[in-house]
Design a protein around this ligand. Sequence first.
Ligand SMILES: [Zn+2]
Length: 290
Amino acid sequence: MPNQLQSFLFPNHAIRGCLVRLDTSLTEALAIRAYPSAIEVVLTDAILALLLLSHTLKQPNTISMQINGTENSSLKLLLAQCDYRHQFRCLATWRSDELTTDLQQLTGNATIVFTTYNDISQQMFQSVVAITENNLQHCLEHYFKQSEQIPTRFYLFKRGKQAAGLLLQALPDEREEMEDWQRINYLAATLTEQEIFTLDNDMILHRLFHEETVEMYGAKNISYQCKCSVKKMQQAVKLLGRDDADALLEEQGIIEVTCDFCNQQYRFDKTDIALIFANSVITDTPKNLQ
Ligand SMILES: [Zn+2]
């Protein structure tokens, strides 16, 4: 089923995996801006990789991937976030018409900042992934192997408005036999675009790994969901400070805040602003993932 992810395990080899397929949720995410096709390709890779990695995410955590292109690079910013319920949102901005899907060229050899964020404690853990390869999945594979000692492989597919991915990952702290890892990946690499977009997960796993024992877990829904809210935008206005907010009100008569992710506009008039600064609507200032 599209817009779902399904985890599985090879219990005899300490290897886990995940299958993800997207259609309408991806269309919704990409419809926010008129993305050039090269940006769509890179953003789709980021969404797929994040969703595949989210299959082990525990409540109340969110993971995000952020790339700030270097000065003069074609890509200015790419940001994708996904929470433990597999609700994701994303955005990308660019500064050139000469775009490529080669991640090194597109970003000027920037880095990928990978963050795991606890929505309750607001603690975050960040890893910096060097862009040493021409696509996102190979950069992440390199990072997991070198820094985490966790062999990881992504198989990503795109067809029209659909996208799909397969992840294989050796379990941490397990001594995976390299031979088993290579054999399972050799089999996974035979997966075709036609198969991943037309067969169901049972059939895909049977077709690839019918000589292996595979345990499948329940499928989980994926959705495109922005997390902006009036309360968060009130907090953003409060961060401006009373003087700046009053100056903006004086100039424009209203303060308008637009969510960078989903383009939703929030408007605050003089009464709203007075309330924001006067009472306890805002009790704390959240750390922002951006
Ligand atoms: Zn939003």
